[in-house]
Design a protein around this ligand. Structure first.
Ligand SMILES: NC(=O)c1ccc[n+]([C@@H]2O[C@H](COP(=O)([O-])OP(=O)(O)OC[C@H]3O[C@@H](n4cnc5c(N)ncnc54)[C@H](OP(=O)(O)O)[C@@H]3O)[C@@H](O)[C@H]2O)c1
Length: 251
């Protein structure tokens, strides 16, 4: 097997993960595509070119699936250089609406997933002096109305990024995160298709539009690159200026 760098991308079948897979493949990486729906991953692998993409489906909330993802990657390529923890689900709702089952499922995918992938990939990342990029959210920096459970998972991702960056720095592994705001993907389709909601979003996003998945993928690629070699433990907003505001209204 040719000794190209290897990037593992969870949630690579759509949206930001798919854009990241294409960007890293373009940058010359072997990309390992993970998600629960194999057909979506096969389509992305087809687009990228099968010689550069490896599909390993699995549910990142299940320890055995995470183990399988990392082990098969190393069996195939003998290295892991970049780990992109992007897989997540969104379950909104108020305290009366969110069940314990919803809470546990969302926490398991969005927060336990990155914990498990990093735990399993750690020794390989230490060997390659690699880097991790977690996909947090502006919802992991401040709160949203009606989405406390999602926000709690993204808060966990942000803090896991900062604290693990401290532990891994002496080992030569960098851990950073991106914090997108509204991005035009399947996850945000309900918002994107609703004119009234979009009008409200545009009042809060300085650049007055949703981000494109590629615009997030480009920042992920920067964080993985040598240009970001002195950056670790950062949460980089990719948000069209949303977090530039202190929250007071435009008058
Ligand atoms: N879109 C936004 O406005 C926005 C804003 C801020 C942050 N984000 C974050 O950006 C990341 C990517 O989301 P997206 O917007 O690109 O949405 P998306 O298109 O829904 O992508 C999420 C991907 O994660 C996969 N996934 C879900 N659960 C999984 C699991 N248990 N194991 C493995 N894969 C799983 C899904 O595929 P399967 O269902 O086939 O598994 C899907 O391809 C997420 O972390 C999200 O929280 C999104």
């Amino acid at each position: 097997m040719e000794n190209k760098k290897v990037a593992i991308i969870t949630g690579a079948g759509s949206g930001i993960g798919k854009a990241a897979a294409k960007r890293f493949a373009n940058d010359g990486y072997h990309v390992v595509l993970n998600g629960r729906t194999e057909s979506k991953l096969n389509d992305v692998a087809e687009e990228i070119g099968k010689e550069q993409a490896l599909v390993i489906s699995g549910d990142m909330s299940k320890p055995e699936d995470v183990e399988n993802l990392i082990n098969k990657t190393v069996d195939t390529y003998d290295r892991v250089d970049v780990l992109i923890n992007n897989a997540a689900i969104f379950v909104g709702g108020t305290i009366d609406e969110v069940s314990l089952e919803d809470w546990n499922k969302q926490l398991a995918i969005n927060a336990t997933g990155p914990f498990l992938t990093i735990k399993n990939a750690a020794k390989h990342l230490e060997k390659s002096k690699g880097s991790v990029i977690n996909v947090s959210s502006v919802s992991g920096l401040g709160g949203d109305w009606g989405a406390f459970a999602y926000d709690a998972t993204k808060g966990a991702v942000s803090q896991l990024t900062r604290a693990l960056a401290l532990d891994f720095a002496p080992k030569g592994v960098r851990i950073n995160a991106v914090a997108p705001s509204l991005t035009d993907t399947e996850m945000a389709s309900g918002v994107m298709e609703d004119d009234k909601t979009m009008t409200e979003f545009k009042k809060r996003i300085a650049m007055q539009r949703a981000g494109k998945p590629e615009e997030v993928a480009d920042v992920i690629a920067f964080l993985a690159s040598d240009d970001a070699r002195f950056m670790t433990g950062t949460i980089v907003p990719v948000d069209g200026g949303l977090t530039a505001s202190n929250g007071q209204p435009k008058l």
